[in-house]
Write a protein that binds this ligand. Sequence first.
Ligand code: SAH
Ligand code: MG
Length: 194
Amino acid sequence: MVRVLIEEMEAYAKENKIPIMLPDGIEFLENYIRKNKIKKILELGTAIGYSAIRMASISKDIQIITIERDQERYQKAIENIKKAGMQNQIQVLNQDIMDFNTEEKFDLIFIDAAKSQYIKYFEKFSFNLIKDGVIISDNLNFHGYTKQETRIESKNLRQMVGKIKNYIEFLKENKEFKTTFIELGDGIGISEKL
Ligand code: SAH
Ligand code: MG
């Protein structure tokens, strides 16, 4: 039942150019959650609820809070979560991530929103991690651009890639977390709290 919905969501995302996680990236994330028995997740960037539904499918004990500011995507996510029958597992908030404040602690914070804001997200929400928690970041390759040697022509794109490279440096230098970079999907960072 959920499998069909997931395929429908993949088709919808492709058609509407919604940047959901790539197949090997989401599989890696699922395995990590399973292996580390993760139960409480904060997701930054819901889009249409694809990654949230896939993560929640792993176990009935998994609880997710996920944030999406775009009204249309938020509505679509609500619809999909309802179809999946996962309203009791996934709570979607229609607001800007930087306006979300909570005292709650999470096992995993999954960062998959505005790529230029990753350092801000990381700093804001690292207080909401449990002692052995993990922050996972998606799109660190930014469609391969962060690895490109030649100069990028578009100024906007160059700035964006610069910000992601800064974030990668920030992770490497961070003494409170140990980050492993995984070359799956669009590039994933696993930052485990030390
Ligand atoms: N995690 C999803 C994909 C998320 S795409 C999946 O794999 O299925 C990134 C989403 O982050 C977009 O829908 C975008 O609207 C949202 N976003 C970007 N910046 C945001 C912000 N500051 N606050 C809330 N949502 C934001
Ligand atoms: Mg992504």
